[in-house]
Ligand binder design. Structure first.
Ligand SMILES: Nc1ncnc2c1ncn2[C@@H]1O[C@H](COP(=O)(O)OP(=O)(O)O)[C@@H](O)[C@H]1O
Ligand SMILES: [Mg+2]
Length: 261
């Protein structure tokens, strides 16, 4: 029997329509406190989502559940079509696909900038030292701190440290990067140097979930804004729609506070 091209069925293991992040019916409690309430959120490949909401609304917890720094009570979370397991080798693999950049930089204080960026690629991705260094230097160059490679974190400004933290994330070739208020601990003059790096990542198609109060970034770089309050997603809309025409009183109240100070 002859086979023609049309008989050959090639199965794509991760069809393009699979979201990069998928949260379905996710609930989480801290004791009696219901911190995530039936969260349903899908982030497509290359999409940039900004998460807004008042303090205590569950934004950090949302980020932490996405790479299982926090366990969930019910629901499912999948990264690129793979449901996050509770533990084990598979979890480590999936977790390393999800970069995370925190408010507080979280660099290793007793390692140089270069070592901070090469450590995980050597340990987790099994890259050679030479290979890891070459990539790290290229990434440090890209975020504008290559000349600081041999210094220790404390010798750098907050803005420089945060850019190193972004380079460290990128060194793992993550599928998605979560940013939890990456500029909130920075002096005002350093905020833009970090936002500029994030904006260029967004333009290049990195999938990003960003918790931030930087409305300029939300308007300019986000495909969608998700507004959380009291542990629930209350609104989800394109930035122009969300800022121009917020639907709920809670979002209107939040915006009036954040835009008028
Ligand atoms: N480890 C924890 N144990 C108990 N409660 C927590 C813990 N982490 C956060 N919370 C509570 O969960 C709620 C959501 O917190 P969080 O996700 O940090 O909100 P946000 O980042 O939006 O400010 C808050 O009421 C907070 O006090
Ligand atoms: Mg937070």
């Amino acid at each position: 029997m002859e086979t023609t091209g049309s008989d050959v069925q090639v199965k794509d293991p991760t069809p393009r329509d699979v979201p990069m992040i998928s949260m379905q019916g996710v609930n989480k409690h801290f004791g009696d406190l219901h911190v995530l309430k039936d969260i349903n959120l899908e982030v497509d490949r290359g999409q940039v989502i900004v998460v807004l909401g008042p303090s205590g609304s569950g934004k950090s917890t949302l980020c932490r559940t996405i790479n299982r720094l926090e366990p969930i009570d019910s629901g499912t979370i999948a990264i690129d079509g793979e449901v996050l397991p509770e533990e084990g080798r598979k979890l480590a693999q999936l977790r390393s696909d999800v970069g995370m950049v925190f408010q507080s930089f979280n660099l290793f204080a007793h390692k140089t900038i270069l070592e901070n960026v090469t450590l995980a690629p050597m340990k987790v991705r099994k890259k050679s030292k030479a290979e890891a260094r070459e990539r790290a230097m290229a990434l440090l160059e890209r975020v504008g701190v290559a000349n600081q490679a041999d210094k220790y974190p404390a010798q750098l400004s907050g803005g420089q440290q945060q850019r190193v933290a972004i380079a460290r994330s990128l060194a793992m070739d993550p599928k998605v990067i979560l940013f939890d208020e990456p500029t909130s601990a920075l002096d005002p003059e350093m905020i833009n140097e970090v936002l500029n790096v994030m904006t260029s990542l967004a333009r290049e198609g990195m999938t990003m979930l960003v918790v931030t109060h930087e409305m300029g970034f939300a308007r300019g770089a986000a495909h969608r804004v998700v507004f959380m309050d009291g542990g629930a997603i209350v609104e989800s809309a394109e930035p122009a729609e969300f800022f121009g025409n917020p639907k709920t009183d809670r979002a209107k109240d939040f915006l009036s506070k954040i835009l008028h100070h």
